[in-house]
Design a protein around this ligand. Structure first.
Ligand code: ADP
Ligand code: ZN
Length: 283
């Protein structure tokens, strides 16, 4: 059996499963301090014999190949986790091989191996939630540069009717600063879930998502672009984003069926843990 930890900034999901992606047991609990949270992780896995483990972690995390702090959380706003040697602590406690990557790479790998991406050779997964992140898997391998990518921070052109100054403390009007859940809340004074009937909110949101997706598409040329995360619970965004994407692409690259290119996740919120299992197998 293989262990999986979807280590989110708000909650942790721990699971055990088989290499075919079947999940046998799972639990979840809020992310508190590292000590308290890892005690709960240990408690769960003490009930299940596992031979290896995969972790999809909130970030930023250190994935620099030769760094002595590989697998440590970096400069996160979640103060108790700042520079926490996450991978090292897990290896110490469990004494088995542990593979770590970002939460969005884990989700991407889950969809690539077991979900909506299983018949293609490249997938981009974008999560639109508290933050915005994206991860690319190509031929079964997570894309890795000098560190993991930070596609949520691409800079965008403003929507002509959007006066919002942007919520990213570093860049203001980057993708995350304009289109994350907290950005929607800051712009409109209410949470996204309460704004379902306000057409203008989703017009602006789709404008930014489509613009970023165009950028990612021309740079990376992925076969599937999977959009997940809490904000995408507004399902009307999918057709709006597709339409605006095609408008902006403006015939430059042929896309036979945009409904097959820009898609929702296929694994019903299990892409993260399933991807952690795939991550463990691959390392
Ligand atoms: P996280 O990114 O923290 O892991 P989520 O992916 O669930 O978690 O994203 C949370 C964000 O999504 C919050 O900002 C929340 O306001 C927003 N959100 C959750 N549900 C909805 C919804 N139905 N409509 C619009 N926004 C939503
Ligand atoms: Zn930013």
């Amino acid at each position: 059996m293989i262990g999986a930890i979807e280590a989110g900034g708000t909650k942790f999901v721990c699971a055990v499963g088989n290499p075919d992606g079947t999940i046998l047991d799972r639990t979840s609990f809020p992310t508190t301090t590292p000590e308290e949270t890892l005690a709960k992780v240990e408690e769960f896995f003490s009930q299940h014999p596992i031979e290896k483990m995969g972790v999809g972690a909130f970030g930023p995390i250190n994935l620099r190949a030769n760094s002595e702090n590989y697998g440590a959380i970096e400069n996160t706003p979640k103060v108790p986790w700042r520079y926490y040697p996450f991978l090292e602590e897990l290896e110490k406690r469990f004494n088995i091989p542990v593979a770590i990557n970002t939460d969005v790479i884990a989700a991407c790998l889950g969809e690539y191996e077991y979900g909506i991406g299983k018949d293609v050779s490249s997938c981009l997964y974008i999560t639109v939630g508290t933050g915005i992140g994206a991860g690319l898997v190509q031929d079964g391998k997570p894309f890795q540069g000098r560190n993991h990518s930070e596609m949520g921070h691409v800079l965008l052109q403003k929507h002509p009717e959007d006066a919002f100054e942007g919520a990213c403390p570093n860049h203001g009007t980057c993708l995350e600063g304009l289109a994350s859940g907290p950005a929607i809340e800051a712009r409109h004074g209410r949470k996204g879930a309460e704004l379902a009937d306000e057409d203008q909110v989703w017009e602006i949101e789709a404008h930014y998502l489509a613009q970023a997706i165009l950028d990612f598409f021309v740079v990376l040329s992925p076969e599937k672009i999977i959009l997940g995360g809490g904000v995408m619970k507004q399902e009307k965004l999918y057709p709006m984003v597709r339409e605006k994407f095609m408008e902006r692409l403006n015939g430059y690259i042929e896309v036979a069926d945009v409904n097959e290119l820009i898609v929702a996740p296929g694994l019903n919120d299990e892409q993260g843990v399933k991807g952690c299992i795939a991550l463990a197998i691959k390392e």
